[in-house]
Design a protein around this ligand. Structure first.
Ligand code: ZN
Length: 490
């Protein structure tokens, strides 16, 4: 059978009511690194993201600013685009806005499919609703003060109205059977176990609309102009509206049906992606996702929450502006645990920068390339095809680790190679050998240059600009005019 060569990956869609935080940066950078990795392996990749522009949170914020919601989201979408540019995200990313006319039509079509299959009904109900989460909360999900555990500063709203409901409860068995067929559906495994336990506990039907009079900022419910759709029910459809759905040929077939659709998300989002969205797809009789990859939270020092009150918030845009996009990507991909919570502090960031980039990779590149030019070293570099196919050139298990979304382990492999080249220079001392045996010095430095080139090759998904600089220097046998990474003052 011919190997499948299409790949679809998406992030979740951030709300555009506030600047992106470090957790968003992590999700975007990881999804982007993975998309670039698949491209290098010869896949045609569809990389999706966008802006979630409906819901109570956006609506309230727009009113607070005295703006029309559409004007508010138009403006914030431009800010959002600049922010993700600063994360070094691939130019070919597809950004869908949920206020886009095609998306609105697709969300309504999706609703009709689910409704025609008998999974939507209307009833009067009462619930506590966290606007921060844009989700209903049961009492067990609230703290002793009745506040959401993730949004303790917000008082949950009481909803008491007649809404449309999704028959979520009918999907318990179907979801469990589906999970049985997919042993790695959620990565990492401990998150998968949490979700299986959640589903086994029983699912409750949930409201998928709001009374328009109270909250008009949403996609109109087809056939009932007194109601708008619940923001999640509309936003999740983005993953397929971007592919042309309701047309189920074309990109939908190429990437959703045949592209192993993979979704990155934060741990607070697992339930929406791996349970709710999967049940929605089943209800619409559309294929399920292939994989959900779940990030931990980025915290302050000692695992405490980042918060303005504690003054421990690190802004990704500020980091990218001061130290460079690739440096932000480096820290997120190399120093943040692939799946657990981990801290991002300025101290940790600067220490790692100094050790691994300024004194590490940057210095190594300068030293090797200076010797290449001084000793007029000649070498023949492997071609990209050689490198893609030549397993000896990459660290053992490198691809296995990346295929399992353990991007940090891949970066650790690359830095082991950086450190072993450093070690070789210090122990073989080609700069001394050059004084007595130039041919031998040229041979040693030639090997180092080829291995540096391979480091550049492996770094392409992670730090694209740095990778390109290194590969170009080695190809053109040039030493850098200035350090790749400036040393930090103290
Ligand atoms: Zn909340």
């Amino acid at each position: 059978m011919e190997e499948q060569k299409n790949f679809y990956i998406t992030t979740t869609l951030p709300y555009v009511n506030a600047p992106l935080h470090m957790g968003h940066a992590l999700e975007f950078v990881r999804a982007d690194a993975f998309a670039r990795y698949k491209k290098l392996q010869g896949y045609t990749v569809y990389f999706n993201s966008g802006a979630d522009e409906h819901g109570q949170k956006i609506y309230s914020k727009a009113l607070e600013n005295g703006e029309e919601p559409q004007t508010f989201v138009d403006k914030n979408f431009e800010v959002f685009k600049k922010q993700i540019e600063s994360f070094g995200i691939s130019d070919d990313i597809h950004l869908t806005r949920t206020t886009n006319a095609h998306h609105v039509m697709a969300a309504q079509d999706f609703w009709n499919r689910v409704n025609n299959n008998g999974y939507i009904y209307k009833k009067t109900y009462q619930a506590k609703y966290c606007v921060g989460c844009e989700a209903e909360k049961t009492d067990s999900e609230l703290d002793e003060n009745g506040r959401c555990l993730l949004h303790p500063s917000l008082i949950p709203e009481i909803i008491n109205e007649e809404n449309y409901f999704f028959k979520f409860s009918e999907f318990q068995e179907k979801l469990l059977a589906f999970y049985d067929t997919k042993p790695h559906f959620i990565i990492p495994e401990f998150r998968y176990n949490e979700m299986k336990a959640f589903v086994k506990n029983g699912l409750q039907d949930f409201s998928i609309s709001r009374v328009k009079e109270k909250m008009p900022w949403g996609v109109p419910v087809p056939g009932d102009d007194t109601q708008v759709m619940y923001v999640w029910f509309d936003a999740l459809v983005n993953y397929i509206s971007t592919l042309g759905y309701p047309d189920i040929e074309g990109d939908f077939k190429t990437f959703w049906v045949e592209g192993s659709p993979t979704q990155y998300c934060g741990k607070d989002n697992t339930r929406f992606q791996s349970v709710m969205w999967q049940a929605m797809l089943m209800a619409a009789e559309l294929p399920n996702s292939e994989q959900i990859v779940v990030n931990g939270f980025i915290t302050g020092d000692g695992g405490v929450r980042m918060s303005k009150t504690l003054g421990n918030v690190v802004d990704p845009l500020a980091i990218a502006t001061e130290y460079g996009t690739d440096t932000l990507r480096f820290f997120l991909l190399k120093e943040i645990s692939s799946f657990e919570d981990s801290p991002f502090t300025i101290e940790r960031f600067r220490d790692s920068y100094q050790a691994n980039l300024a004194n590490g990779l940057g210095n190594l590149t300068s030293r090797i390339m200076k010797m290449v030019t001084n000793y007029d070293v000649q070498y023949i570099l492997p071609t990209d095809t050689d490198l893609a196919e030549f397993d000896d050139a990459v660290p053992e298990d490198f691809h296995t680790k990346l295929d399992a979304f353990d991007l940090k382990a891949g970066m650790d492999d690359i830095w082991r190679e950086v450190n072993s080249l450093d070690w070789l220079i210090q122990n073989k001392e080609p700069f001394k050998i050059a004084k007595t045996d130039m041919a031998e010095a040229q041979r040693i430095v030639g090997d180092l240059a080829i291995r540096l080139y391979i480091i550049g090759f492996l770094l392409q998904p992670f730090m694209p600009k740095t990778a390109e600089t290194i590969m170009t220097l080695v190809k053109e046998k040039k030493s850098p005019d200035k350090p790749l990474f400036n040393r930090l003052e103290k």
